[in-house]
Design a protein around this ligand. Structure first.
Ligand code: ZN
Length: 209
């Protein structure tokens, strides 16, 4: 028992030292959901007890060389485009590090700011400055009508994000457009099982002290 634990730890060291993403292959259940014949993926609701378990589970990395994740990202973008500005994979029932973000810092294409998706994103640097901003979530329908949930949060005004793009290329990008930086923070929070109203409570407590 102890020996196998030591072997496990030793096996993990190269991954930690190299900074390589740690992932498992797509599961049968994930594949079935990603390729479902439905017109669009269902968006989970934080107030549904089984949905909330998924939304409150931290997500794991994906293998950026597996095109199934590109397909998932494209389907995610389709549902988010209808009424949102971003979406994260847990919101469609997949606990994987995939997000779609509308790039309000980039020029419009056909009358809309472009949508992009990112794999294994993480925030590697935050601004010191914080802004109280309007916020909302596709998984908190009619959020402002729920008691104790107001439609705002506190966010860094810029962030540096590390991610893999649709071609599997690694990037580090400083996003200094405040609204776009806000969206990145909101979506990456989902990958860490954090909802926007969690941020609201934390910061409210902080600023009142
Ligand atoms: Zn959200």
């Amino acid at each position: 028992m102890f020996r196998s634990f030591v072997v496990f730890i030793l096996a993990c060291i190269p991954a930690f030292m190299s900074g390589q993403a740690k992932y498992t292959a797509v599961t049968d259940a994930e594949y079935a959901l990603i390729t479902s014949p439905d017109d669009k993926l269902r968006i989970l609701n934080i107030f549904d007890s089984s949905d909330s378990i998924v939304l409150r589970t931290p997500s794991i990395d994906v293998d950026v060389s597996d095109t199934i994740w590109n397909y998932l990202a494209q389907r995610m973008c389709l549902v988010a485009q209808e009424e949102g500005v971003g979406i994260a994979a847990p919101q469609v029932g997949i606990n994987r590090k995939v997000i779609c973000v509308q790039r309000w810092d980039k020029p419009e294409i056909d009358g809309e700011h472009p949508w992009e998706f990112y794999f294994n994103p993480r925030i590697v640097e935050y601004s010191d400055s914080v802004a109280r901003r309007g916020d909302g979530c596709l998984s908190v329908p009619d959020g402002g009508n729920y008691p104790a949930i107001d439609g705002f949060s506190y966010r860094a005004t810029w962030v540096k994000v590390a991610y893999y793009d649709a071609n599997g290329e690694f990037h580090e990008e400083k996003v200094d457009h405040q609204y776009t930086a806000h969206i990145f923070q909101h979506e990456i929070d989902h990958l860490n099982a954090v909802m926007f109203f969690d941020r609201q409570k934390e910061k409210d407590a902080f600023f009142k002290n």
